[in-house]
Design a protein around this ligand. Structure first.
Ligand code: SF4
Length: 396
């Protein structure tokens, strides 16, 4: 297997990120490398999970490798939201530190997305919550209300020539304006901003350095256009990306042209293929080892550990490609407290408010306990008042 980074020096941020989190090899916490014949079954810790919670999207990128083959969205109903939270809680117990919401387009379900981000950050206390979006549906009001629960917002942008974005299928000509707008909101609402680009036959000769330097993302992830059987290649696929693929040499030449961009994090097909823990909309891990996407058993039905064994995850490549980095934004605790108050005030009586009751019933979480405390205090006060009135009436 060809090393994905070999012809181009790895950008400094990537190695620095790894140092920052002090990740010795053993901290992979995976015994995947064991060769003992009688050893325990392999245990992979799902430190970073990508939940493609919807397949639906308002864009139609030609190279899309997670296409709208289903409209299923588990958190759509209150029961589904509760079940989603319970599954996320079990992932946290299995070692999840970072959850990335992806799609499809996550902001097609903006209310549910906000609530799930709040749940992950406040109740699960995950070190990192991130979202990958095409950006088109993000509103400032969402950023204002939920931005404090998001560490990283990654926006996909493949070109700084709008016409190329349109040709790729990324929107109808508004993509770059929206990208600039979101960058400003990320600064204003203190969310780390990231850009993802898929390098393909239409943008491989572009020089994006100046634009990336100006926008200053925390990371610029650069992917090589990848063919996935059943998604963007093969008979059953909705998309056909064969005309957009590029050679490894072309990809390396793109990286060489941008090597001065310090935030660039490259990902060749080899690095990308099995180094992501991908959960689909039904909470099955997707195993890409055979070139397609084979779903594991769903964590709705089996233990996380059991499903993980079917995930085909390459934990070593995950670290090698820079999968672990400084993924928690600098957070002002007072800010978080204030934002919590804002959310409670703004969403009272709405779906979000109902969802606060959580999967464990009325007393199941902090919000519900707060509500019950107030009710109890009210009942005690009423009782005390009644006794006083009774005592006054008796003395008369
Ligand atoms: S924006 Fe993302 S999910 Fe939507 S079509 Fe493009 S690549 Fe696929």
């Amino acid at each position: 297997m060809q090393s994905p980074m070999s012809p181009v020096s790895v950008p400094s941020t990537q190695s620095k990120d790894l140092e920052d989190v002090k990740l010795p090899h053993e901290e992979l916490r995976s015994d995947a490398s064991t060769s003992e014949p009688d050893s325990e079954p392999t245990t992979v810790v799902p430190r970073s999970v990508n939940w493609h919670y919807t397949r639906k999207c308002n864009y139609s990128c030609k190279f899309c490798f997670h296409t709208a083959k289903s409209s299923f969205f588990l958190p759509e109903t209150e029961e589904g939201m509760m079940e989603s939270k319970e599954c996320l809680r079990r992932l946290k117990m299995a070692g999840m530190e970072k959850l990335n919401f992806s799609g499809g387009e996550p902001f097609l379900h903006d209310k549910a997305l906000g609530e799930l981000c709040r749940f992950c950050k406040v109740e699960l206390e995950l070190p990192s919550v991130s979202i990958v979006s095409n950006g088109s549906l993000i509103k400032e009001s969402w950023m204002k209300r939920f931005g404090s629960f998001v560490d990283i917002l990654a926006i996909s942008c493949d070109s700084f020539v709008e016409e190329t974005n349109v040709r790729v299928g990324r929107g109808r000509g508004e993509h770059l304006r929206k990208l600039e707008e979101i960058k400003k909101w990320c600064v204003e609402y203190k969310v780390d901003f990231k850009i993802n680009s898929v390098i393909n036959a239409l943008n491989v000769d572009e020089d994006m350095s100046e634009h990336i330097e100006r926008l200053q993302p925390k990371r610029w992830k650069v992917f090589q256009c990848l063919l996935i059987e059943g998604e963007n290649a093969g008979e059953e696929a909705i998309r056909d990306a064969r005309s957009l693929t590029i050679s490894d040499e072309q990809f390396q030449s793109f990286l060489e042209r941008h090597k001065a961009v310090s935030v660039l994090v490259p990902e060749s097909n080899d690095a990308m293929m099995n180094s992501y823990l991908i959960l689909d909309e039904k909470l099955c891990f997707l195993n890409c080892t055979s070139g397609g996407k084979k779903p594991s058993a769903s964590i709705r039905d089996v233990e996380v550990e059991v499903a993980l064994r079917q995930a085909g995850f390459d934990a070593e490549m995950f670290v090698k490609r820079g999968g672990v980095y400084d993924w928690t934004k600098q957070r002002d605790i007072e800010d978080l407290g204030e934002d919590m108050m804002d959310v409670k005030t703004q969403t009272a009586g709405t779906l979000v408010k109902k969802m606060y009751k959580g999967p464990r019933g009325v007393l199941g979480d902090r919000e519900s306990r707060d509500e019950c405390s107030w009710m109890l205090a009210g009942a005690v006060a009423c009782g005390a008042l009644s006794l006083c009135l009774l005592a006054i009436l008796r003395t008369r």
